[in-house]
Design a protein around this ligand. Structure first.
Ligand SMILES: Nc1ncnc2c1ncn2[C@@H]1O[C@H](COP(=O)(O)OP(=O)(O)OP(=O)(O)O)[C@@H](O)[C@H]1O
Length: 532
């Protein structure tokens, strides 16, 4: 039980006492910024990162989370919170059990890979590959973060891979992105923008969390849907390929393993099911398992999902273990407004860096944890002709209902469409749009073909003129690049903050000054207006 708010002296010291094995849970409101300081000798953890002893640890507004004390602990808090309580119900022991099992696999894999252990029949050739699944607000991201931090705190030098397959809830880039990162030190919990740490592109290079190498792929939407299922599939395959290559050249990454956070859409059995295989269930799950060679799925709470997945032939054939862990009683239901807020924060942090230390915390006496600094984003104008904006996938092509009666077309599901800003509708759609910059190599350019503009157009009993009319659709414009560029790893992000239709120029915001690494950008449905 915690003794809260006991005032001692004129400074009004607020103390939280934690019983062994209990959690202190907090939800910070819009005007609440706090700092915590451990006063007792034993360690206290936040998402399995040990709080440095006798040092202020700032936590920014809106953050929700919990401190965990394995033994009796005393923590000082700078202010009393509207929403906070202690609980002795915690899933930490279960997480620790999972961690120990993963750690064993890592150690055996390391022995095998470095030739220091037995090569018997039961040899372990690589580290664990775990995927976390659960419904919305079940604590998936929190479980991933805890398991990663437990591994990185073990002193074994692991560089665990973190797969972000949840483009809606923050991975560590911009919403709409899938990511792979390899942190090598425990990830802090100071604010809600980057639960998996800050990627190097968005923090100055001298800061603590700047060395989390991260690669991203752009879905351009917040979740997998039936409409973007094909693009999703290609992205997952590319990510899997990237991880495989990384493991081939880095034995430590192979031994450390991979922990994957997933979108709650993964729990929908029918999503991604194709017409040619209508009986397939949990297609998104099997795709990810295949791409990353997942060996264990952790299901949070959800009994039916656990049973469904345990019986799924695709997983049984691969010998994937499906384990259920309880949902923490502390997980907060995040509503749509909160989600939008988190997403907006995350985009802001990409351009402006981490928020500065709140004013009320700057005058605290004593040592303060050093946090990441801010960035100076750069705004500039670029001509419509210079910045080529593309869209990827079927959902951007003209609807089939717009085709002449009786006709059908077969388009590649990952086809590229150039956005023509001169059309008024396009200008409106582009304003405030986040764009992913992609690298273009000389071999990616293709010579424009005169005709046909549509890759393949099957018509039955339709007059040529009608077909021609359809070909003149604005969206059908030929793109002079190989389709593959639309699903490749991204170089960074910019946002269109203004459009000058007279001068035919975009005003864009970039995280750093200097020339854009490429002038080919992919648009999605992610928009951002700086409201801070
Ligand atoms: N034990 C806890 N005590 C207090 N807050 C918690 C606890 N566990 C998780 N939370 C908070 O609950 C919220 C939801 O958790 P989390 O983001 O991990 O869930 P999720 O399943 O990944 O959500 P999403 O639906 O976005 O995929 C987060 O703000 C997280 O910090």
């Amino acid at each position: 039980m915690a003794e809260e708010g006991s005032s001692q002296g004129p400074k009004e010291q607020i103390i939280v006492d934690l019983e062994p094995g209990s959690e202190w849970r907090f939800e910070l409101e819009a005007d609440e910024n706090i700092a915590l300081r451990v006063l007792s000798p034993d360690p206290v953890f936040i998402n399995s990162e040990e709080l440095p002893p006798a040092t202020w640890y700032p936590i920014h507004r809106y953050t929700k989370g919990a401190l965990y004390a394995p033994t009796q602990a005393r923590v000082e808090v700078t202010s009393l919170l509207a929403s906070q309580y202690t609980s002795t119900s915690t899933i930490h022991p279960q997480l620790l059990n999972v961690h120990l099992a993963l750690e064993r696999t890592r150690i055996l894999a390391k022995r095998y890979l470095y030739g220091t252990g037995s090569n018997g029949a039961d040899r372990v050739e690589r580290g664990p590959r775990v995927m976390i699944m659960g419904p919305p607000s079940s604590g998936k991201t929190t479980v991933v973060k805890n398991l990663v931090n437990l591994a990185l705190s073990s002193g074994m030098g692991w560089t665990v891979g973190v797969g972000g397959l949840d483009p809606s809830s923050p991975s560590n880039l911009i919403p709409g992105t899938l990511s792979l990162s390899t942190p090598s030190h425990p990830i802090p919990t100071h604010q809600l923008a980057h639960p998996f740490g800050s990627p190097p592109t968005s923090t100055p290079s001298n800061t603590l969390s700047a060395d989390i190498p991260t690669v991203g792929w752009w879905l351009g939407g917040l979740e997998p849907t039936n409409r973007n299922a094909e693009v999703w599939k290609v992205l997952i395959e590319r990510m899997g390929e990237d991880w495989k290559k990384r493991c081939e050249r880095d034995k430590m990454a192979l031994a450390s393993g991979l922990i994957v956070d997933t979108s709650s859409a993964f729990t929908n059995p029918l999503l991604g099911t194709k017409k040619d295989d209508p009986k397939a269930r949990y297609t998104l799950v099997s795709q990810a398992v295949e791409a990353f060679d997942i060996d264990t799925i952790l299901v949070i709470g959800h009994e039916k999902l656990h049973i469904d997945l345990s019986r799924l032939p695709a997983l049984q054939q691969k010998g994937v273990g499906v384990i259920r862990i309880p949902k923490s009683g502390g997980v907060v239901d995040v509503d749509d407004t909160q989600r939008e807020l988190i997403q907006s924060f995350q985009i802001r942090s990409y351009f402006y860096g981490e928020p500065p230390l709140p004013r009320e915390l700057t005058g605290l006496l004593g040592k303060m944890v050093s946090t990441d600094g801010s960035l100076n984003p750069y705004s500039f104008q670029i001509g419509w002709e210079t910045l080529v904006v593309l869209r990827v996938g079927e959902e951007n092509s003209a609807p089939s209902s717009a085709l002449p009666l009786g006709s059908s077309r077969t388009l590649s599901p990952t086809r590229l469409t150039r956005v023509d800003p001169s059309g008024p509708a396009h200008v409106v759609r582009l304003l405030n749009t986040v764009l992913a910059i992609v690298d273009i190599k000389p071999e990616d350019r293709i010579k424009p073909e005169k005709s046909p503009k549509v890759e393949e157009l099957k018509t039955e009993g339709v007059e040529g003129d009608e077909v021609k009319e359809e070909e003149e659709e604005e969206d059908m414009e030929e793109v002079p690049f190989r389709e593959e560029i639309g699903t490749r790893e991204v170089l960074g992000f910019i946002v269109i903050t203004a459009i000058d239709t007279q001068k035919k120029k975009y005003t864009v915001l970039s995280p750093s000054p200097g020339k854009l690494p490429s002038t080919v950008a992919i648009a999605g449905s992610i928009e951002w207006v700086d409201s801070a």
